[in-house]
Design a protein around this ligand. Structure first.
Ligand code: ADP
Ligand code: MG
Ligand code: MG
Length: 372
């Protein structure tokens, strides 16, 4: 636990009452593992990492292992978790500690020890199970709450969390607890934002103008291609916070589409179509940047709502509008994550029409037996 930061605003040096001086702690790195860590079986290979089951003393954990070649990503993710730590939020993956290990051949590996989320990633879960409307809402609401928290600057007492952006929002970077509540995870590309306004967004307006990213490096590394907002596919993006937040919200809209297509309550007869990633029908599993450019920049294409949703109830109408306002071509017209969170809160109070909930007994529904 590291250094002290002074946040100064709205005061002069003369009057102590006017001088609004707040001392907040910002941990430089989150804790090193002090308890004994035992490694278990491989859960999953991510883009740059391997994730294992593990045990920290008696606690069941997941261990995300970075090879030495990706140490900078490990450093970044660990730093990002340290920024998130002081105010542990329910919809953000729980970081426990970090460590470095050297294998028998002398190679270094870098470990992030996280709470273990037994249902794994959202994409994995939805490929096995369909869900009812309350569970679907809980998932979408949870992710938007996590993102809204991430995007916000939070200052309470001596705790400070800067506004941050995720930059890799996808259904494989959302994890599920047993009760199907969701957490946002994989902060390896995330960035902390500062307060300076971005010149491309109208220049300095007030002292609380939109922040831009703290680090000087360009947005050269991007998240999974299929979730990239059109302005990111088209070219390098301004490093300002507003634009990066808008790109996160675009990906959130795609994630809602993936999730709601697996909600059996939203389909007459109660059978949802099989899981598909956004744009999988159009571009398959490995889209290239050129594919994405053609689809989302040139043709302004977005995932199509299922045909069954044509004659919309008010639930479906609101759901479709929310997705469309998340993935608007005009980034500035997109909803903020806070607004999406509020919308989902309202939507979760709505009931789906009774005609939709009639079940034809098809399998694959959570929590019944999974389809093959
Ligand atoms: P990468 O940065 O390499 O993409 P992720 O953090 O996204 O790594 O993890 C890759 C996958 O590992 C996730 O999609 C998920 O399936 C699994 N995973 C990661 N962390 C956990 C965890 N804490 N509990 C359960 N599964 C996890
Ligand atoms: Mg990932
Ligand atoms: Mg990652």
């Amino acid at each position: 636990w590291g250094r002290w930061w002074c946040v100064l605003w709205g005061g002069c040096g003369v009057c102590k009452k006017k001088l609004n001086l707040v001392m907040v702690t910002v941990p430089e790195t989150a804790g090193t593992c002090e308890e004994q860590l035992k490694m278990g079986e491989l859960i999953c290979r991510g883009r740059y990492t391997s994730v294992y089951r593990g045990a920290l003393s008696e606690r069941s954990v997941a261990v995300k292992v970075y090879p030495a070649a990706h140490k900078h990503k490990y450093d970044n993710e660990r730093y990002n978790y340290s920024l998130l730590l002081p105010r542990q939020q329910l919809n953000i993956a729980r970081f426990l500690c970090g460590d470095e290990r050297v294998d028998a051949g002398g190679g270094a590996h870098f470990l992030l020890v996280l709470e273990h989320y037994p249902q794994g990633s959202l994409s994995h879960f939805l490929s096995r199970w369909s869900v009812d409307w309350p569970s679907c809402c809980r998932m979408m609401h949870g992710v938007s709450r996590g993102l809204s928290f991430l995007h916000s600057e939070v200052l309470t007492g001596d705790e400070w969390k800067p506004a941050m952006v995720h930059r890799d929002v996808s259904s494989s970077n959302v994890l599920l607890r047993s009760d199907l509540s969701c957490v946002l995870a994989d902060f390896s590309l995330s960035k902390r934002l500062t307060r300076e306004p971005c010149p491309q967004h109208g220049g300095p307006k007030t002292q609380h103008g939109e922040p831009r990213t703290q680090h000087g490096d360009s947005v050269s590394e991007v998240g999974a291609l299929r979730y990239l907002a059109p302005e990111l596919v088209a070219g390098p993006l301004c490093e300002c916070g507003a634009a990066l937040k808008q790109a996160d919200v675009y990906a959130l809209g795609l994630l809602f589409w993936e999730c709601s297509r697996r909600c059996h309550d939203l389909f007459p007869g109660g059978t949802s179509p099989p899981f598909q990633l956004a744009f999988e029908a159009e571009l398959g599993r490995e889209p290239t940047l050129q594919d994405m450019h053609r689809l989302v920049v040139r043709d302004r294409c977005r995932p199509r709502p299922p045909l069954q949703w044509r004659d919309s109830s008010s639930v479906l109408q609101q759901l479709k509008e929310t997705m469309e306002e998340c993935w608007d071509q005009d980034a500035e017209a997109r909803l903020s994550a806070q607004c999406v969170e509020e919308r989902l809160d309202q939507m979760s109070r709505l009931h789906v029409p009774a005609t939709f909930t009639h079940s034809d007994g098809a399998g694959g529904r959570w929590p019944a037996e999974p389809s093959s």
